[in-house]
Design a protein around this ligand. Structure first.
Ligand code: GRG
Length: 291
């Protein structure tokens, strides 16, 4: 199948999987909570993390659908982070994924609770993975929690807030963004490999790929805040002006170089895998993404 065809197959599958996941709760009376969750969860988005997760499972030798419970869990955690990040007490953003942010539509209390529910329900989804080696479940949960929690994504967000109002060093920005954006990308690749029955060396290689791809992805994201438009991005642009971004630290031309460098390093980490065509093309395509 072509690269585009595979992307579309993965994307459509995870969209339907996420929709089905929440259909089990249809008789529950707390409907406004589910409306708020579905509003953000089913609002499109690139579904990059689930796609990485399912593809790593495939190249490690299993049916990629085996990774779907993990892939859905990671997209649920990603969506919670976006809902909370947009809150007035955080970034106070009005648009996300091409529509008004969750709190603008459902109010702050419901947006906080939708995020809390998504984070918690993610672990229900993860628990439903049928692994060829059931002992791998604890390895997967440990990796997911570490990447998303206090020393991963949330920790990165806190370090980012702590660094406001002062110029930060190259080392600091790499540390912050490796956790904040890199955390869930690492979880996606690592859990996909685990679902695929990967060896510890393959899981490490998947994480190395993720760490480099995560940095390339975030640097490109910072560039898009300057060169992108709201129509393309589906969210406000130019909102990072006062933040510690890669563009602020290095300027656009150096950022362009760094995106290429981290992408090349990511692709090199795939050496351990035989079938790396899709991931190579995906990494290359992300270097000039407009959304
Ligand atoms: C726990 C509140 C809280 C925050 C954690 C990840 C994060 C920190 C906040 C989310 C907002 C943000 C700008 C994160 C940087 C990572 C990033 C580029 C997110 C957007 O991911 P895409 O481009 O989004 O994959 P789509 O909509 O395509 O899924």
């Amino acid at each position: 199948m072509s690269f585009k065809g595979s992307m579309e197959t993965y994307r459509l599958f995870i969209e339907e999987y996420l929709e089905n996941f929440y259909s089990r709760f249809h008789a529950e009376p707390q409907k406004p909570l589910y409306d708020s969750i579905q509003y953000s969860l089913l609002a499109g988005g690139k579904r990059l993390r689930p796609i990485l997760c399912m593809e790593f499972c495939r190249i490690c030798g299993q049916d990629w659908k085996a990774a779907a419970p993990f892939a859905a869990a990671i997209e649920m955690i990603h969506t919670y982070s976006l809902i909370h990040d947009d809150l007035p007490s955080m970034d106070n953003d009005d648009f996300r994924r091409g529509r008004p942010t969750n709190h603008k539509v459902y109010g702050e209390a419901m947006a906080i609770l939708a995020g809390d529910a998504l984070l918690t329900d993610a672990f229900l989804s993860a628990s439903e993975a049928k692994l060829t080696c059931p002992e791998d479940m604890s390895r997967a949960i440990a990796l997911l929690s570490t990447c998303a929690g206090s020393s991963g994504m949330v920790g990165g967000q806190v370090l980012d807030i702590m660094s406001e109002e002062r110029q930060i060093s190259e080392e600091e920005i790499l540390n912050i963004q490796s956790r904040k954006t890199g955390g869930l990308i690492r979880a996606a690749c690592g859990l996909g490999a685990i679902a695929g029955g990967a060896s510890p060396e393959q899981v490490d290689a998947a994480c190395r790929f993720a760490d480099n791809l995560g940095l390339a992805f975030q640097i490109r994201d910072d560039m898009l805040d300057v060169i992108g438009t709201q129509e393309e991005m589906g969210k406000g642009v130019g909102t990072d002006e006062t933040k510690n971004t890669f563009v602020r630290l290095y300027g656009l031309p150096k950022c362009e170089e760094l995106v290429q460098k981290y992408t090349a390093d990511a692709i090199q980490a795939l050496d351990l895998f035989e079938d790396r065509t899709f991931l190579t093309e995906l990494a290359e395509n992300l270097t000039n993404r407009r959304v």
